[in-house]
Design a protein around this ligand. Structure first.
Ligand code: VG1
Ligand code: CO
Length: 543
């Protein structure tokens, strides 16, 4: 076996964002770009000799090229084995489970999640640690530092591995085990949910549409929903992963999953509609004539989790990202369990989950998950909803309305201004931060401000601190404005504005969301000068 040491020069832009390194395919396909980043990761890890690495991706364009390079670099760096999904496929939550289940050292997940794919689309690489979760900031910071000084990488001179064939092969002294990407994950789901009850519900005529958006959840959904649970063939649509996601944008929101939304609002709506994103960690939940906003879905799933056998003993606590609405806080309060507010991105939930302090976590961006893995999990959320529907024998709409009548409703929306110019977006954030101290005690359009700060997280488990995680302006009446810049975009800057207002249990729960929040939308624009600074009249996406 020949290990080659190849000289290289650093790239200045290999800084991991909210969820790994994401760039255009045109950037990733530069000579040495993947090699430098992967070697920088391996250079920051101690004790990889002889250990197992998990490897897989969402099947997007360039997945096949990058995966062969990574196998050869892993072999040259001394890994003993690589577990790789057949065809190079592993959803993000499945990869997290495979790392945990097989006690691997870590894993590399190849995905740019909800970003479009194809030769002109995006690609991404993310490193996950041995608990199955995204590498914490201390590792991603070290990787970035290393990438700025790297001058060589190691790679073996070996033929490509045949990823179409399940079983064991060898690549220059290292074992390459090609595994069924769905099997371990499906077995885990079976331990958490009452599959008999869900099967009986389908057998009794319950109807559903799951839109896999031509992305990675197709094979998982076909196998679990139509195969194991007996949902009729055709329940899963767009279920074959394609390298460019059928030319679409695999983001399960009301803009890109509009077909599903329109169906669910029509006379022909099935009982339940759901979708997932590029790498399978997000979920969209829509009942007949009832869209469930992700923040509400988190709260409802937390309140109803004990209907599922995996959570029958109750949940230890809940965590949500800071911009996520406080709907889940009210559930935690009622249950008398811990509630945590973390920065955006799943990596901040890992410590709380490992310490057993929380069981259910979620983000407003359609991410929900639990301690079963260390990633958010789209199909898990869909199965938990199915379990709750089967147990309660009520419609999605009834369950949502019942939740609001018990806990009150947190009206919630997010406005995204995508691909705006970076300089004015940064200036907007800087000026807004500078204004914060003067806002406290003032009233904005008649609403007294209770607090105004840039969110800093103190991790209660490892004591680390993460600053500048988003500006929040909270009002005395409990409503809130949050502004932050995205850490997953690949072009310019994406400004996210999050708005929330609480309506108590006996209040009005059937207002239109955008009109219920319009006074806050107007305050946000005048405080931050969003329209003037971005030059946009309206957000590009409203969720
Ligand atoms: C976005 C979401 C965040 C999510 C992240 C990764 O990050 O807001 O909640 O964790 O994407 O999701 P940002 O920095 O663009 O706001 V995924 O499905 O890309 O792995
Ligand atoms: Co994703």
């Amino acid at each position: 076996m020949t290990i080659l040491t190849i000289e290289t020069k650093p790239f200045a832009d290999q800084k991991p964002g909210t969820s790994g390194l994401r760039k255009r395919v045109t950037v990733f396909s530069q000579p040495n770009y993947v090699e430098n980043f992967v070697q920088s990761i391996f250079d920051c890890l101690e004790g990889i000799k002889g250990k197992t690495l998990v490897l897989g991706g969402d099947g997007r364009f360039y997945n096949d090229v990058a995966i062969q390079k990574i196998i050869k670099i892993a072999s040259a760096n001394g890994f003993g084995a690589v577990l790789v999904g057949q065809g190079g496929i592993l959803s993000t939550p499945a990869a997290s489970h495979v790392i945990r289940h097989h006690k691997a050292f870590g894993g590399l997940i190849l995905s740019a999640s909800h970003n479009p794919g194809g030769p002109d689309g995006d690609f991404g690489i993310k490193y996950n640690v041995s608990n199955g979760g995204p590498a914490p900031e201390k590792i991603t910071d070290a990787v970035f530092a290393r990438s700025k000084e790297i001058d060589r990488y190691l790679i073996v001179d070996a033929p490509d591995v045949d990823l179409s064939r399940i079983g064991t092969q060898h690549s220059a002294g290292m074992v390459v085990e090609v595994i069924d990407p769905v099997a371990d994950y499906a077995a885990l789901m079976e331990t958490l949910f009452d599959f008999d009850k869900i099967r009986a519900m389908f057998a009794a005529g319950f109807t559903m549409r799951f839109d896999a958006m031509h992305a990675v959840t197709g094979p998982y959904a076909h196998k679990i929903l139509e195969g194991i649970l007996g949902a009729p063939q055709g329940t899963v649509v767009n279920g074959t992963p394609s390298p460019d996601f059928g030319g679409g944008h695999p983001d399960p929101n009301l803009v890109y999953a509009k077909d599903l939304y329109d169906l669910m609002m029509s006379e022909n709506a099935p009982d339940f509609g759901a979708a997932s994103d590029g790498d399978g960690d997000r979920n969209l939940i829509i009942g007949r004539n009832r869209f469930v906003t992700p923040s509400d879905s988190l709260a409802i799933l937390a309140a109803n989790a004990p209907h599922a056998p995996g959570y029958a003993a109750g949940i230890a606590g809940i965590a949500r990202s800071m911009p996520t609405s406080a709907a889940a806080d009210r559930v935690a309060e009622k249950l008398g369990i811990e509630m945590h507010e973390t920065p955006t991105g799943w990596k901040f939930f890992g410590n709380l989950l490992d310490a057993g302090r929380v069981t259910i976590c979620g983000e407003e961006s359609a991410g929900t998950g639990s301690n079963h893995v260390r990633e958010k999990d789209g199909l898990w959320a869909v199965l938990l909803w199915l379990n709750v529907l089967a147990a309660r024998q009520q419609s999605v709409d009834m369950i949502v309305q019942d939740h609001w009548a018990t806990y009150g409703r947190n009206y919630y929306t997010r406005h995204d201004y995508e691909e705006v110019e970076a300089a004015p977006a940064n200036a907007l954030m800087d000026d807004l931060r500078a204004k914060l101290p003067s806002l406290v005690g003032q009233s904005l359009e008649g609403r007294p401000v209770a607090y105004a700060d840039d969110f800093t997280y103190h991790d209660p488990v490892d004591g680390s601190t993460s600053g500048k995680q988003g500006v929040r302006i909270g009002f005395v009446d409990g409503s809130r404005i949050v502004v932050r810049l995205s850490g997953t975009g690949t072009v310019g800057a994406t400004l996210r504005l999050y708005l929330e207002r609480y309506e108590p249990p006996h209040g009005q729960h059937d207002l239109d969301t955008q009109s219920a929040l319009s006074p806050l939308i107007s305050i946000a624009d005048s405080v931050a000068g969003i329209k003037a600074r971005t030059g946009r009249d309206a957000p590009s996406v409203i969720t």
